[in-house]
Design a protein around this ligand. Sequence first.
Ligand code: MG
Length: 254
Amino acid sequence: MKKRIFSLAITASALTLSSIAVAQDKTPPPMRPEATEFYTPVPPKVTPGANNTAPPSDAIVLFDGTSLNGFVSANDGSPAGWTIENGELVVTKGKGDIKSKIPFGDAQYHVEWSAPTEIVGEGQGRGNSGFFLMGMYEVQVLDSYESKTYTNGQAGSIYKQYPPLAMALRPAGEWNYYDIIFKAPRFNKDGIVTSPATVTVIMNGVVVQNHVTLKGPTEYIGIPNYKAHPEKLPIKLQDHGNPVRFRNIWVREL
Ligand code: MG
């Protein structure tokens, strides 16, 4: 029995040696640097805007201060009833939410807004509006500058889902901007979400949402729940009864 074990051991070590020899024979030549360098696809040329917020050359401009043609009433598709003053789009109380004529999904969004200088109300009643991706995922617009409200309802929150990571807001009357990178959710043929929406929000140059995963449409009451919808839908701006001002709204589809 002892002898047999000995001979098995020899066989095993001979096998190991021979497989090392084979492995050495098959060692690939060292990789050249060029092996990991690609030349396609070629990124399209984009001319940046004149400053950090002006639309780049490939942006779809929804509002440039001259007309409301990019929007309609979110209720019934009739002409948007908000007003333009000094090239700024002003929420007009009672006229309802407005939505873009063009639907969007995966995209980079830019919007600038300013809370009313006449400070009325507090908490959620002060300078409230909203930028709704696909008409249902709200990045909160709110004068929460030195105003108390629930943190997941502050400016830059994903309403009632994620508070902003920082409070980078400017006081009422000054302009804030949001740069938003959004990936729309995907659904299978049975309407089950297979890939939830994700969003990154930069407020005035500060990251306030870092690629968060949305739990569903942002709800005022109740738990968010996905319901299947198309890959592109209009953005919506909210009439919350406060004369919030908007300017320079553009989108780059991704
Ligand atoms: Mg709101």
